[in-house]
Design a protein. Structure first.
Lengths: 374, 292
């Protein structure tokens, strides 16, 4: 058997330790984890709701986009960071969710069955359909490792335009499917800003995702995911069903990607294959790596990054008056080049990403403060 | 029957390019145990260099030489500057760094050359010769076969007949022992990357005139197909890469010929999954002990 010429001595702590209960006397988490996360989620939600009341429509749409991407990155970072499975096909999973929402909403609209419940229903179906697809991919993925898995999922990412063109009767090829916009309910008043309503929908989806993921990370399943990532053999010896755990991770993150894609479709009230190119999957990976792999707070950074990547080009061209040809070339590419470079640098120098840097900085600040004497 | 013959020859011709590209992937896999996901983007970058030289000098052959040279330099650069420093605490590190390189290269190409298709002229006629009423192979296809065949033979000679080839094989298969015996394993890695990128550059120059032209994303699907070819043949086997490339070229040619061009990605995924689930080591892998 050949070995990597780069191979070094492996000094990882045993994954088994993570499975053991904390030693007696250790400071355990106080109170219920679920309760703590719930309180955090409600506080964060209230803050963002207050924020949306102050913002103009365009900013509210930005908030909504961040929330939509957050659904995706939260699930994705758990798959890649916590379970160590690299997927390059999450853009295609987002497309699955988005198309499901579009098809369900169009179907309901065609039968005059529209109401406030049609958005949550379509999103729920989007999660279900995408999770099912994730199950199929995950079953194959559980048998594949490293570059093989990356290659297969990359092939999945190239499927979107092909499938939408082959089944053009269903997906309407490159034109895509428009569907009715989600309007605010009547009790909010006639002058309620529609963008604020969209932001609330996205926010609710993001909070729900974050809450579920935060609890998953802290649960027995979360520990199994990490154990499988660190050492499959040891995990198996500890009684963890490795393949089942890997499939579970894939299903969960696919469901999140479906929800995010569905919310994204709701925001734009249309879905087309051009919005889910191969690069989208790479952007998602870039976002969670720069944010900090395996960390939900890092997923928030990642979602912010993704929206920045979309909106920076327009800002740049506004800020600098460039000759037409140059502006056209720089638009999109410049931000992408910078983020690509940051991705490489982060991976080489600071694998913990932004979140790790923030944590270290705050820890340093905390240390400087004089400690109260006991 | 006539259509079948046409599709077969066409498939073998595109398959030869996939074979060259898969060979580039296999070279790096054998040298460093990693799949270079930036191979496609690197090949596009060198093809831009090549066609810039073609535009400046008017000679395709100078352009081809420039592209291959640029490939050698780019491959060595990527290994020396990036890949050497990827930590192995995270097994996904090399893939992620390579993907960052993809984003960077494509964005820089877009900034310098623009995100539109630029025409890329072929040195020979790409229309098929008509022999006895049947449209058969084109002069360009013949050139592709010849170029790939020369590369394969040269690589085979390099690896089996020269001291540096022996050192490269040794450092790939037993880096620690080779180091003890005085082989500069790090330098062999750089040489391996440079060679692979040069082969990739040649494949890029060969495949781009047959597609829509030069574009920062021109090799995205080609990379996926070449990866499939390398997996079909087994990532460890150069012979497998060549046969896998030809095989995948043939299969895709039949699928697109009879079912339509949109089915290509579906066929690629099906093929990739079928091989990986049935025979994960590739069609040409020997029986070996399970790695735990």
């Amino acid at each position: 058997m050949t070995q990597s010429p780069y191979a070094t001595v492996d000094a990882r702590p045993s994954p088994l330790r993570r499975l053991l209960p904390p030693p007696p006397g250790a400071a355990g988490p106080r109170g219920s984890t679920l309760l703590r996360h719930l309180v955090l989620a409600v506080l964060a939600g209230a803050a963002v709701v207050l924020l949306t009341n102050q913002l103009e429509p365009y900013r509210n749409l930005q908030v909504a986009r961040v929330c939509a991407f957050l659904c995706v990155t939260a699930g994705f970072t758990i798959l890649v960071g916590l379970n160590g499975q690299l997927s390059l096909g999450h853009g295609a999973l987002m497309a699955t969710g988005a198309y499901t929402v579009a098809l369900v909403q169009r179907g309901l609209d065609g039968r005059d069955l529209r109401g406030q419940w049609s958005v949550p229903l379509s999103l729920l179906l989007a999660v279900a359909v995408t999770a099912l697809l994730g199950l199929v991919i995950g079953l194959a993925a559980a048998r594949l490792r490293g570059p093989y898995l990356a290659g297969v999922t990359l092939a999945v990412a190239t499927l979107v335009p092909a499938v939408t063109t082959i089944f053009t009767g269903v997906f309407n090829g490159e034109q895509g499917l428009p569907f009715p916009v989600a309007t605010p309910p009547a009790f909010l008043g006639a002058y309620f800003q529609p963008e604020r309503w969209l932001a609330w929908i996205a926010l609710l989806a993001a909070l729900l995702t974050m809450l579920l993921m935060a609890n998953l990370v802290r649960s027995r399943y979360g520990r199994s995911l990490r154990a499988v990532r660190d050492d499959e053999v040891a995990a198996r010896l500890a009684g963890i069903h490795v393949a089942r755990t890997q499939v579970l991770a894939f299903v969960v993150s696919a469901g999140c990607a479906g929800l995010g894609g569905g919310v994204y479709a709701v925001l734009t009230a249309t879905v087309a294959s051009g919005k889910f190119p191969l690069e989208l999957s790479l952007f998602l990976l870039m976002a969670i790596v720069i944010g900090g792999l395996g960390s939900l707070a890092g997923a928030v950074w990642g979602a912010l990054l993704l929206v920045a990547l979309q909106d920076l080009p327009a800002l740049l061209t506004e800020a600098f008056t460039l000759p037409g040809g140059l502006a056209q070339r720089l638009e999109g590419n410049l931000a992408l080049a910078v983020f690509g470079l940051i991705l490489i640098v982060v991976m080489l120098v600071a694998p913990g990403g932004l979140q790790d840097a923030v944590r270290k900085a705050t820890a340093r600040l905390g240390r400087r403060r004089p400690r109260p004497s006991r | 029957m006539e259509r079948f013959l046409f599709l077969t020859l066409d498939g073998l011709s595109t398959g030869a390019v996939y074979a060259a590209f898969a060979l580039a992937l296999v070279l790096i896999w054998r040298a460093a145990r990693l799949v270079n996901f930036a191979q496609g983007a690197m090949a596009v970058a060198t093809a831009y260099v090549g066609y810039a030289v073609v535009a400046a000098t008017g000679s395709y052959w100078l352009g081809l030489a420039a592209a291959v040279l640029a490939g050698l330099l780019l491959g060595a650069l990527v290994e020396r500057v990036l890949m050497r420093f990827v930590g192995h605490a995270n097994p996904l590190g090399d893939v992620i760094v390579a993907l960052g390189l993809v984003l960077l290269i494509q964005a820089v190409l877009g900034m310098v050359f623009g995100n539109e298709y630029r025409p890329a002229a072929a040195p020979f006629d790409t229309d098929g010769l008509t022999v006895g009423g049947i449209t058969a192979i084109s002069p360009y296809d013949l050139w592709v076969f010849a170029a790939v065949a020369v590369v394969v033979v040269l690589l085979a000679l390099l690896f089996t007949r020269t001291p540096i080839g022996l050192r490269m094989r040794a450092s790939a298969f037993a880096p620690e022992v080779s180091r003890l015996l005085g082989v500069d394993v790090n330098r062999m890695l750089t040489v391996g990357w440079a060679l692979a990128a040069a082969v990739g550059a040649l494949a890029g120059m060969l495949v781009i005139p047959t597609g829509l032209g030069l574009h920062p994303h021109a090799m995205d699907l080609v990379f996926v197909i070449a990866f499939t070819a390398a997996v079909v043949g087994g990532l460890d086997s150069p012979v497998g890469a060549v046969i896998g490339g030809l095989l995948v070229g043939l299969i895709l040619s039949y699928v697109t010929g009879y079912l339509g061009p949109d089915t290509t990605p579906l066929a690629v995924l099906a093929l990739l999954l079928a091989v990986l689930l049935v025979r994960p080591g590739g069609l040409f892998s020997g029986v070996r002990a399970r790695q735990v």
